[in-house]
Write a protein of this length. Sequence first.
Length: 540
Amino acid sequence: MNESITDTTRIRNLRAREAALEAVAGLETTATDLVDYQSRGRVLIIGGNEALEFAPRLRPPLHAQVLLTDGEELPGVPVISQGGRTLRIDGHLGAFRLQLGEPDKPNGELVTADLILDLGAVPQLAMPMKPPGYICSSSDEPDLTRAAEQLAELVGTFDKPRYFDYDPSICAHGRSGQIACTRCMDTCPAEAISSLVEQISVDPYRCQGGGVCTTVCPSGAIRYRYPQPADTLERVRLMLNSYRQAGGFNPVLVIYADGDGEPPTLSPHMLPLQVEELASVGLEVWLSALAYGAESVLLMERNALPERVATAVKQQLLTAGEILAALGYPADAIRLLDGADLTDGDGSGAVAIAPANYSARGGKRQVAYLAIDHLYEQSPGQRPLVELTVGAPFGTAQVAADACTLCLACVSACPGHALLAGQEEPQLRFIEANCLQCGICTRTCPEDAIWITPRLLFNRQERNRVRLLHREPPFCCSECGKPFATRSVIENMLQKLEGHWMFQDGRARHRLTLCEDCRVVDIVQDPEAMAQGVKGETLQ
């Protein structure tokens, strides 16, 4: 009897899965720009004797040149000797630039190439995801036949999707000359992201769609473009909705990377979602899948993730687990599994709720909050908040009232607009829903008066409420009575300028208590000040 029920359920789930996959088969992915490469077949082979022996084997349209790291030159082989000089490699397929020695020095030399074959025991480029057109083999016996085939395949004109979008206006990387968030740079396996201090720069030619930068970005400033997040979330929503409508039970979403090949045979209730890279989807997608009715989300790791990528994914999983546990759900409802361990999807860690059906087309944080709010509304054990581990993109800020002068440097630097100025009097206000925990406020505060703590408020109204962190009565001009600063700012300035040669007399010191207009008038009427040439004195 039990076996018959099980067989009936399996057949029903299989049919439901077929219906779900058919429902999303026709979904179109929003188009994106393309990045073009042009390669004429100029190959630079880096190595010793093996490079010298291999170079003559390459045939047109390939043209080989050897960068000799050790050994003696051979007749008929174009050679550049490294000769103990430093080597820096920049660029990509069709546009590699190799700087030998120091630029503008007698031993400096610039070499260009379309392709690089690195036969060194240790590759010159150490990043996990090498630039397109860079082929290396660190084994003792490299497969040179296969290397020749790969090089020949990379001659001509090629294109690939532009995988990312970037909005510098909400980027938390830097403000006011201070660098705070470096998560995308730290995790990019292609090392395609660099700092411009106030914002980042992403090299579209080196970017290969690893996607972990979009996963760890707390604000959504950098986001996946192909496919766009909204396309992926709509696929998940439609798949789960169709599965339920077709009578399927206990759906589990299995996410796997395109480059890993087809997943192994899945249980009938497991719905496969193919993504460009496993790390290209993160917290907001996983939680949305649970909100849409998946009982669990399994990340199928067929090939080991690069260490920096794996660390970032595990940080996201930690945050997800802390949120789920605080809501009374199994913390392991979202988990990373080896492909061989997918049977674990039939075990514990299930979230059973009434599914949502909203369309998740907002920004990254808005999508995450939609999912969290839905999970919270049906939570079996509601709590007002959860304290999170450092690295989570949600949290609060606090201010030491005795140290804060309300200079509002933090307000102008805050990329998420979590910190706000007062409207009619000197105030520092805060909206917790907008806080990215990037830490740029702590770096820009001249008084070290502000600190941040990772946590998540589950109550939506409380999370979005404007909260007062600090206030002071305004300091009014000693002459006209107009408010123009806070008392702590003026007192702090008077203290710091005590003993300064420009403010030795009482009138000069009194001038610091005047508003800008009254100060100009007082300077003009003060012969000594005019004589000293301080007409441009202003209160910062």
